[in-house]
Design a protein around this ligand. Structure first.
Ligand code: SF4
Length: 410
């Protein structure tokens, strides 16, 4: 099998991993035209300063000794299999880099023979890249649960970012769908990587993980509690949520007909954003419900569930509460706080600052006046904000009033 056949198989096998943001665009080569997106292979991730980085996203091998019910690469599936050598993968990465196709590598793998052997092969490829080819670019490496601590530490020295997928939100679900794995075992590489970061404070290694949503019965409360613990205790940079896509026919999985719960995934990302940047706790977000509302973003629902705390006077409310007002994001709050130093803000002042009052007006007073069309009255606000529920699958639109702004402001 030549290297391009291997690339086709191993990049296709990597496409279900979302713990780097990826593009799903597809357009085939056409004679006389410029531009072609292969359906898999190149994905994108974002640096801390918001820069978009294109990555070669690939598995080292899709052979695997395990048989996780939800995984396309599980041992019992009859699929084309391939494995790179360390040198092949390093050469491929460097050649793509030199041709300006990619800026880095996202490398994961099935388990070949055993965990240590697999981790050693991944490390070997990275060593060739880093030391022989002197490649200094971005490398996101999936750590192999069950690999020895010294190998994980070695991997942390070589990679730019590492991750280990917890996959399912509870031990019970793991027992059902991936009986060879335990939550403790899956957490172990993250613990080793955390120790690495604590010992190398001048070069801590950012860590991420992925949770599959909708394959098992955990509520959003369970999922956000887990994410919150991961952020607080494991020093994780990001938890990625992956709407369950049926790839295998397995009696323990939801029906093969199931539509991926993408709206739920989207709401979880919004709630996760509130955990990380808006000072909310998971208990606050889901104080009065088990699952996030699919029609409204979580900040709006929190406000509707806590109407007794509103309306607040925009000229007096403190920063912590200001960012909890629906429609006012972090940047908007900063603008308001800065402008408040010089004047008592009016409706027009807020508009000039670019603050969208479409949603916020129901939850604030401005110079003591309420602008929510009628008197402040809980049921009225709910009705004014409630859109008719759409039945079945609903894809949020960029132009939907209730979808989050692409800046992440909620
Ligand atoms: S160990 Fe990983 S690659 Fe192997 S079957 Fe399970 S999820 Fe798939």
């Amino acid at each position: 099998m030549d290297i391009y056949q291997k690339l086709a198989i191993l990049s296709d096998s990597a496409k279900y991993d979302v713990s780097c943001s990826s593009s799903g665009a597809e357009s085939n080569f056409q004679k006389g035209m410029i531009g072609c997106n292969e359906k898999s292979g190149i994905c994108h991730t974002f640096t801390e300063d918001g820069r978009c980085v294109s990555l070669l996203k690939v598995l080292f091998t899709n052979f695997c000794i395990y048989d996780c019910s939800y995984c396309i690469n599980r041992q019992s599936n009859d699929i084309k299999r391939a494995a790179f050598s360390a040198r092949e993968l390093a050469d491929l990465t460097l050649n793509f880099y030199k041709r300006n196709y990619i800026e880095g590598l996202f490398l994961s793998s099935g388990i070949l023979d055993n965990e240590d052997k697999t981790m050693e092969l991944l490390i070997k490829a990275l060593e060739i890249l880093r030391f022989e080819y002197r490649f200094n670019g971005y490398i996101h490496l999936k750590l192999i649960p069950g690999a020895s601590q010294y190998l994980i530490e070695k991997a942390c020295h070589l990679a730019t970012r590492v991750s280990s997928n917890l996959e399912l939100p509870s031990s019970k679900s793991l027992q059902l769908l991936a009986p060879d794995k335990t939550q403790k075992n899956l957490m172990q590489p993250l613990k080793y990587a955390k120790d690495f970061s604590l010992q190398n404070r001048n070069r801590p290694i950012p860590m991420t993980t992925q949770l599959i949503i909708g394959a098992t019965p955990e509520s959003d409360f369970d999922i956000l509690r887990l994410s919150s613990n991961l952020y607080n205790k494991a020093l994780l940079k990001r938890v990625y949520y992956s709407a369950y896509i049926p790839t295998n026919d397995d009696k323990n999985l939801p029906s093969i007909q199931t539509t991926p719960p993408t709206v739920r995934e989207h709401r979880l990302y919004q709630a996760d954003w509130l955990l990380r940047f808006y000072g909310f706790s998971y208990g606050e977000i889901l104080e009065k419900r088990e699952n996030l509302d699919l029609d409204f973003d979580p900040k709006m629902i929190w406000a509707l569930d806590n109407l007794e705390l509103f309306p607040v006077e925009i000229n007096h409310v403190d920063k912590e509460f200001l960012i909890k007002i629906p429609g006012i994001g972090i940047r908007g709050a900063h603008k308001i706080l800065k402008a408040r130093r010089f004047q008592n803000l009016s409706f027009e002042n807020l508009k000039k600052l670019g603050i969208s009052l479409k949603r916020a007006k129901y939850f604030i007073t401005i110079r003591g006046k309420y602008f929510g069309e009628k008197e402040f009255y809980p049921e009225y606000i709910k009705r004014a904000l409630t859109k008719p529920k759409k039945k079945g699958f609903y894809q949020p639109s960029l132009f939907d009033t209730f979808a989050p702004a692409i800046t992440g402001e909620l």
